[in-house]
Ligand binder design. Structure first.
Ligand code: 2P0
Length: 358
């Protein structure tokens, strides 16, 4: 418990904090964790621009002092007690870090920019938006996080406790989470920006998210991470992620799209290979996932356009390509891929500028 972060009676007041925070797409995947949300290997992601969560945290002094969290949670403009119970549980765990939460009655209103049914992972955007709100709240009452670096670091750390991948969404451009000698200041506890290491071609990279299915995943990411503990390839995998990060960082700095693409696609298939080799084994790809992957590879070979795929923990395909090829690639999406998509839906996105305080 941090006794310095108790609000004095005369300072207790009502107000709100409000953030938009984006999702991110990992190139080097985080898959396997230990301890309290610590990664087994460093991961690297691009921060997206359009796929985001907007969270408003309103607060007022509790009517009468009590222990614990008092929370009214709204998702997509409807009161949602199922999500609310999960968020309240997370906030309870954060009371030692933010003891003032027990002094306040909280209302959280959260909306996603992407359709709820699109099957896109929202834990990165939602948990990072919530973490940013909590850090803003601390700063409003105590002025302790005025320094941007300290603010981002704490927000990333808190986001990580909610969902590992959320730690990376705090930063514009691209971020690395997990200690590695390849990135100065990197840590298992929070992500750091690597935006300044990106060649210009990667700063405007596109990510068209091709929606294959909106069904709920049969195995959650939480369960997937846990299955890595007994995966026979785990130690080789963690070593491989470190080696690939080294090569990827060189490619990102040099603007080497081919090297980037090889690692990106292999990481995606490795992630799903780890799922297939877990015990019990499971598959998150759908037949259309494979069809789209094959179509992308065929299109790349025919046109020589550097377009590559990656996958999250689900069947949807993220198609990555440089800005200059947008017209041709969109022709490919509408002409060849549309029939493989769920309701023909894709979400156009690109490397973004990070969270915004509203
Ligand atoms: C990643 N994924 O690096 C990897 C690759 C999905 C595929 O991290 O248990 O929701 O909340 O820490 O972050 C998804 O898992 O897992 C994920 P928790 P998270 O983005």
């Amino acid at each position: 418990m941090n006794p310095d972060l108790i609000i004095s009676q005369d300072q207790l007041k009502a107000g709100d904090v409000h953030w938009q925070s984006p999702s991110n797409i990992a190139i080097i995947k985080y898959w396997g964790k230990h301890g309290i949300q610590l990664p087994q290997n460093p991961s690297l992601s691009f921060t997206l621009q359009n796929a985001l969560t907007e969270t408003k945290l309103s607060y007022a002094p509790k009517e009468s002092p009590s222990k614990g969290i008092e929370l009214d949670f709204w998702f997509e403009e409807q009161q949602n007690n199922v999500f609310g119970a999960k968020v309240a549980n997370f906030l309870e765990q954060l009371i030692p870090t933010f003891p003032f939460l027990e002094q306040l009655s909280l209302k959280i209103q959260s909306v996603n920019s992407f359709p709820h049914s699109a099957g896109i992972a929202s834990s990165a955007s939602s948990m990072s938006a919530l973490a940013l709100c909590l850090c803003s709240l601390e700063d409003q009452f105590f002025g302790t996080l005025g320094d941007d670096v300290a603010f981002d670091r704490k927000a990333s750390n808190i986001a990580r406790l909610g969902s590992g991948s959320a730690s990376r969404s705090i930063f514009a451009g691209a971020a690395v989470w997990g200690q590695t000698n390849l990135v100065a200041g990197s840590s298992d506890e929070f992500a750091v920006s690597i935006e300044e290491r990106l060649h210009p071609v990667f700063k405007t990279l596109h990510d068209d998210i091709l929606i294959v299915s909106d069904a709920e995943k049969p195995v959650s990411s939480r369960a997937g991470h846990a299955l890595m503990n007994d995966n026979p390839y785990a130690s080789t995998r963690y070593a491989q992620a470190n080696q690939r990060l080294d090569i990827l960082l060189q490619a990102l700095e040099a603007g080497d799209l081919e090297k980037f693409g090889k690692i990106t696609e292999n990481e995606a298939l490795t992630l799903h290979g780890l799922m297939m080799t877990s015990n019990p084994s499971y598959l998150l790809m759908e037949p259309q996932t494979i069809s789209i992957i094959q179509a992308i590879r065929r299109y790349r070979k025919e046109t020589q356009i550097p377009v590559y795929f990656t996958l999250d923990a689900g069947p949807n395909v993220h198609m990555l390509y440089p800005e200059e090829h947008i017209a041709s690639v969109r022709g490919f999406v509408h002409g060849e891929l549309a029939s493989m998509l769920h309701d023909g839906v894709y979400i156009p996105d690109f490397v973004g500028e990070g969270p915004v305080e509203v």
